[in-house]
Design a protein around this ligand. Structure first.
Ligand code: AMP
Length: 193
């Protein structure tokens, strides 16, 4: 199974991805986690990405596509994967299509977590408190920028995948359990069709 979880920062992509990993034995590919690991390890990519991430901007498409291309070649991705935080631009989505085609892989579906802006600020503030401020970009000011970037550069993907009949939306405002139930229903329906 190969799927994309799409939604604004704080929509619950990571939480749902973790659950799907356990349930389906597939891997979670969070580009945000990969970049944070690169920053912590001070790799050349990490050194480049840190400032961009701290500002709430996007790391270049070229870097992101190359990271994902290498990652999905790893043996643990053979059984399937969940893309969490990628693609984030139309250019990334187009590159992903070419990439998967070149590897004879197919995307099963794209699941959008629909969430109101207002609740996102609360969620990010809660996450910042719970993780003791572990993420430099989990603060009100950067969040505003991340949301703006989301609506300008990532939200157009909803239309992109919808036009290709690949998009399915769930109510990201519901409880974690209810969102999980809706995602399972989408996946089941997908498997049966
Ligand atoms: P996330 O953990 O998904 O919220 O990502 C944290 C930050 O990493 C983002 O605000 C971006 O600066 C960067 N990032 C993560 N994924 C991508 C991507 N696919 N394209 C560009 N930048 C990304």
């Amino acid at each position: 199974m190969r799927l994309i979880l799409l939604g604004p920062p704080g929509a619950g992509k990571g939480t749902q991805a973790t659950r799907l990993v356990e349930k389906h034995g597939i891997v979670q590919l969070s580009t945000g986690d990969m970049l944070r690991a690169a920053v912590a390890a001070a790799t050349p990519v990490g050194l480049k990405a840190k400032e961009v991430m701290d500002r709430g901007d996007l790391v270049s498409d070229e870097i992101m596509v190359s990271i994902i291309s290498d990652r999905i070649d790893e043996p643990d991705c053979a059984n399937g994967f969940i893309l969490d935080g990628f693609p984030r631009t139309i250019a990334q989505a187009e590159a992903l299509q070419d990439l998967l085609a070149s590897k004879a892989m197919k995307l099963d579906t794209v699941i959008e977590l629909k969430v109101d802006d207002k609740i996102l600020v609360d969620r990010i503030e809660t996450r910042a408190r719970e993780t003791g401020g572990a993420r430099a970009d989990d603060n009100a000011e950067t969040l505003k920028k991340r949301l703006k970037v989301y609506y300008e550069q990532t939200a157009p993907l909803i239309d992109f995948y919808s036009k290709r009949d690949m998009l399915q939306s769930v109510d990201g405002m519901a409880s974690i359990e209810e969102v999980a139930r809706q995602i399972d229903a989408v996946l089941l329906q997908n498997a049966e069709s």
